[in-house]
Design a protein around this ligand. Structure first.
Ligand SMILES: [Zn+2]
Length: 386
């Protein structure tokens, strides 16, 4: 088993991985913008040419998911990455053009280099290495290159709804985590509360019902609830739960300073750790606010047990390649959140690239780290599928 893992790791070809990464970065895939279709078309041709069976699934109009398979049967491993990137913003702020894929000092620069075309190229490099070293593995290896991770995660949701994760035993997500084995991912809720009022002349507040003090009292009271949750649910890898107000709106219109508005709106970005139950938290927020909560997005906190075979394969693969097995947590949600929460799969999020670089100007990834990641993935797959 160890020999097979080492053979798979050695079959990773550095130039193949680097060239693919550069090609992927050179195809813009931010949304809104060109979206994922260009990257997916490129990958489709690339993988078919190399003997993998590939099909596309529409996640949303013009926004395909790509699925590539090696081997068949039950109990396989999903390799997951997203193909979309965030906007480059003002291109003049970049040292190298964001879609040039410039290599300098061992780093490849560009939008998506770190988040997460580096990880995606490493997954593909690993899959091809497994094919070269082991032929057809005993259990299947499926690459899921999904759309819209940076948005509403429509890609992974469509992938799961179509049953494309069924029959698989675990998922490896290649998000940039400095090759830490992230077994925990924070949950997220985006919610909105509307505090009703009644318009009136500002000179006669008693004639109306001002929603602003009600909304303000709620926002102040949140601090206490947040402190209570933080104390009740400490987490060594994810840090505290946050209830963060991100919008506070109330106005009767531009310049209408003598009018009590009819409504106040508060939006919250809630970040939770395992143990914080979203349905009960929402009830608590409603009780605190005295109004209903509108849930715009609900991503539960997830964890994978330390003793899961996937975690053990990851640990052993890292060790075989001379890397430390460090545990970690993901502060935001990823596609892995839904693979775990909806798909029920054990998930390890582990990829090349600095954690803090995604979405920044002059995003880069270390090429040596990407190639090493591909070797770790190949070894992991060989161990897990044995
Ligand atoms: Zn990402």
């Amino acid at each position: 088993m160890v020999t097979e893992a080492l053979r798979a790791a050695e079959a990773v070809e550095e130039k193949e991985v680097v060239d693919l990464l550069q090609a992927l970065v050179r195809i813009p895939s931010h949304y809104p913008g060109p979206g994922e279709a260009g990257v997916v078309a490129y990958l489709e041709g690339y993988l078919k040419e190399r003997g993998l069976s590939v099909f596309l699934q529409e996640a949303a109009p013009g926004r395909p998911n790509l699925v590539a398979d090696l081997g068949e049967g039950e109990g396989g491993l999903l390799l997951e990455g997203h193909t979309d990137v965030v906007t480059p913003g003002d291109e003049a702020l970049w040292t190298y053009p964001p879609y040039a894929g410039v290599v300098e000092g061992g780093r490849l620069y560009g939008r998506g280099a770190c988040d997460m075309k580096g990880g995606l190229a490493a997954l593909v490099g690993a899959m091809l290495a497994v094919k070269r070293a082991l032929g057809r593995p005993k259990r299947p290896l499926r690459l899921a290159a999904l759309a819209d991770e940076e948005g509403m995660m429509l890609g992974v949701k469509a992938f799961l709804k179509a049953g494309l994760a069924q029959g698989f035993r675990g998922a490896l997500v290649a998000e940039p985590e400095e090759m830490e084995m992230c077994l925990w991912q924070k949950g997220a809720l985006r919610i909105r509360l509307l505090f009703p009022g009644r318009m009136a002349h500002g000179a006669m507040p008693y004639a109306g019902d001002n929603p602003i003090p009600k909304a303000a009292r709620f926002v102040v009271a949140l601090r206490e609830l947040e402190a209570r949750l933080q104390e009740a649910h400490p987490h060594p890898y994810l840090g505290p739960t946050y209830l963060t107000p991100t919008r506070f709106l109330a106005s009767a219109g531009e310049g209408q300073l003598n009018v009590i508005p009819a409504q106040a709106e508060v939006a919250l970005d809630v970040r939770t750790v395992p143990g914080v139950d979203h349905p009960s938290l929402l009830k608590e927020l409603e009780a605190l606010a005295g109004v209903g909560v509108e849930v715009l997005e609900d991503r539960p906190p997830v964890e994978t047990p330390r003793e899961d075979p996937l975690v053990q394969a990851a640990e052993e693969a890292l060790r075989l390649l001379g890397l430390p097995a460090r545990l970690g947590g993901v502060p935001g949600a990823t596609d892995g959140t839904f693979l775990r929460a909806w798909g029920g799969l054990p998930v390890v999020v582990m990829g090349p690239g600095r954690k803090t670089l995604p979405h920044q100007v002059d995003e880069w990834v270390d090429l040596e780290e990407v190639v090493l990641a591909a070797r770790v993935y190949a070894a992991l797959a060989a161990l897990y599928l044995a």
